[in-house]
Structures are given as structure tokens and as C-alpha cells.
Design a binder for this molecule. Structure first.
Ligand code: CUA
Length: 334
């Protein structure tokens, strides 16, 4: 009996120490959405269960190894124990109860995470190798590569992929949702903390999967409305070839691979490209004029640039005017 009391106390002490240790390890980033509250609540109870189970296994094992070890010169067999019905019923019923409780807590947490607000703002999301594009139908349908969200209002993201499976994941929001070609998946979130975050693609989707990060800005309702209205105005007012070309690059996600500031991504940068000498994979050089850019936009491997893979650029269907607008935009990047 004395052993049971000692082990019982040690298990409790060990469980508390393990819980405090795990809890202070800071495993979770900041809690930035309404949905994260019930997820973190469930997570916390899982940590409690993990700490207790760890102590329940490790403490009796270590205790037995020390207290009941074979002494020098002791060659007798251990005591033979034949079944214990009470113990077996106990260690079946208690875990069953705990598992059922966690099943209920999991279902409750899932229900809270998916709670629908009928006034949620719809934003369309397009995922592609290797960037995210956001469209705001409530504001004339402008496109953005940054996801701006008003604080404390539920948004529902209607997500589509134009190539392979991607996964929309913002650690601070906790919820994660796959984006699958051929179907629309929904992601509901109510941001509760103003700040800057990042969406990370959480499904390996190709060579630049790790670059598939876009900024998320959660801001005050009034700041958001001002931004969205401005974007809408710019979109409506901008009818120059350069600005139409720029909108096209955002919509098609070109800037996920072609930087506009000289940064080297998976495709040649557009910065200072127009009029420059471009070294090709076959050893020759070509001047980046209108004809070369038009050819490369429609057929990226016709003149492959030295040092780049021929397979990465998707085929786009663009009209002659759209190609001309794109080139007009590229000309402005210097
Ligand atoms: Cu998209 Cu990984």
C-alpha cells in the first residue's frame, strides 16, 4: 500500500512538472482569430492528458526499476500473478470515458470553428504555383496579392487551385484548409487581432513551394474599407496599358516567380529586363525587345534563359492586347 501512495504522489508531481514544462515551451504562436479559442482550449486539454499519461507510464516504470530491482545474490523467481478482473475493468472503463469525453470536445471544437456568420464577407482565393491571388467581389472584384482583412468580421474564403493541391495555412489563425483543383473549398475565419501575418502553403506543391507565402494584414474596419475602396477606384480608373498590364500580373500570379525588384526567384526578374541583353541556354544572347517578350510570354521555352528550368511556367491564354499591356508594364520596371 505504501508503494501505491508514493507512486501516486510521484505521478501527480511528474504530471504537473511535465504540463508546466510543455506549457511554457511556447509551442503556439499568438492567438489571432475567434476560431483559435476553441482549438487552443482543446489543445490545452490534450497537453494535460499527454502530461498525465507520460507520468503514469514513466514514474511506475522508473520506480519499479529502482525499488524492485534484483539484489545481489537473489536468484528467486518473482511472485506469480494470475489476472485481476477489477483492475482490468478499471483500466478499460476509465480510458473509454476519457476517449469519449475527448471525442465530444473535438466535435464541439470543430462546430465552433465552422460556425457560420450569415454576414461574412466573401473573398475569392486562387492558389497556383507559386503564389496566392485574392479577389474582392464586394468591391468591384479587384485583385490583390496581399490579403487585407477587417478585424472582428467573419470572412469566408472561397478557394480554388489552377494547378495542383495547395493548402491555406495561417498559424496564428490555427485553421488550415486544402485547396484542391476542380472544386471550391471554404475557409471561415474571424480575425481578432490587428497585425501582419503570412499565409503559408502547407502542401508540397513544387520547386518553389517554400516561397508560396503572401502577406496578410488584419486592420481596423475603417482602414480596411479605405484600402479596398482605393483599390476599387484604381482598378476602375486605370485604363492605361501599363496599369492594365499590372492588374494582369496580379490576377495571373506572375509575380510569384518573376520579381519586379530584381530579386531572383524561379523565373527571370522583370526589373530592368526591357532592352537588356539576355543570355540564353544555347549560348547565344538576345535583346529583350517587344518581339522577344511577346514570344516568351506565350511560349516560355522558345528562347530559354540561361540557368532556368524549362518546365515551370504554366501556359496562359492571352489576347494580343493583353500581351501588349504586359509588355507596357514590364517597360516601366527599371
Ligand atoms: Cu502551394 Cu506548396
Amino acid at each position: 500500500m505504501r508503494h501505491f501512495v508514493v507512486v501516486g504522489i510521484l505521478v501527480i508531481v511528474m504530471a504537473v512538472l511535465t504540463y508546466v514544462g510543455l506549457d511554457s515551451a511556447g509551442l503556439m504562436p499568438v492567438e489571432a482569430s475567434a476560431q483559435s479559442v476553441s482549438i487552443d482550449w482543446l489543445w490545452n486539454w490534450q497537453i494535460v492528458a499527454i502530461s498525465f499519461l507520460f507520468a503514469l507510464i514513466v514514474v511506475p516504470m522508473a520506480y519499479s526499476m529502482v525499488i524492485f530491482r534484483r539484489r545481489k545474490g537473489d536468484i528467486t523467481d518473482a511472485e506469480h500473478v494470475e489476472g485481476n478482473t477489477t483492475l482490468e475493468i478499471t483500466w478499460t472503463v476509465i480510458p473509454l470515458f476519457i476517449v469519449l469525453t475527448f471525442a465530444y470536445m473535438g466535435a464541439y471544437s470543430l462546430g465552433e470553428t465552422r460556425r457560420v456568420d450569415p454576414n461574412a464577407m466573401v473573398i475569392k482565393v486562387k492558389a497556383q504555383q507559386f503564389t496566392w491571388t485574392f479577389e474582392y467581389p464586394e468591391y468591384g472584384g479587384f485583385f490583390s496579392n496581399e490579403l487585407h482583412l477587417p478585424v472582428d468580421r467573419q470572412v469566408v474564403l472561397k478557394m480554388e487551385s489552377s494547378d495542383v493541391i495547395h493548402s491555406f495555412w495561417v498559424p496564428e489563425f490555427r485553421v488550415k484548409q486544402d485547396v484542391v483543383p476542380g472544386r471550391v473549398t471554404e475557409y471561415r475565419i474571424t480575425p481578432t487581432l490587428i497585425g501582419s501575418y503570412k499565409v503559408r502553403c502547407a502542401e508540397i506543391c513544387g520547386t518553389s513551394h517554400s516561397y508560396m507565402e503572401n502577406a496578410i494584414i488584419v486592420e481596423d474596419e475603417s482602414v480596411f474599407t479605405a484600402w479596398a475602396s482605393e483599390q476599387e477606384t484604381i482598378m476602375l480608373a486605370s485604363q492605361t496599358p501599363e496599369s492594365l498590364g499590372k492588374i494582369l500580373t496580379v490576377k495571373n500570379g506572375c509575380v510569384g516567380c518573376h520579381s519586379i525588384d530584381g530579386t531572383q526567384l524561379t523565373a527571370p526578374t522583370w526589373f530592368g529586363l526591357y532592352g537588356s541583353d539576355v543570355p540564353l541556354a544555347d549560348g547565344t544572347t538576345v535583346v529583350a525587345d517587344d518581339a522577344y517578350l511577346a514570344e516568351s510570354i506565350l511560349n516560355s521555352t522558345a528562347k530559354l534563359v540561361e540557368g532556368f528550368s524549362p518546365t515551370t511556367m504554366p501556359a496562359y491564354t492571352l489576347t494580343d492586347v493583353e500581351v501588349a499591356n504586359l509588355i507596357a508594364y514590364i517597360k516601366t520596371l527599371k
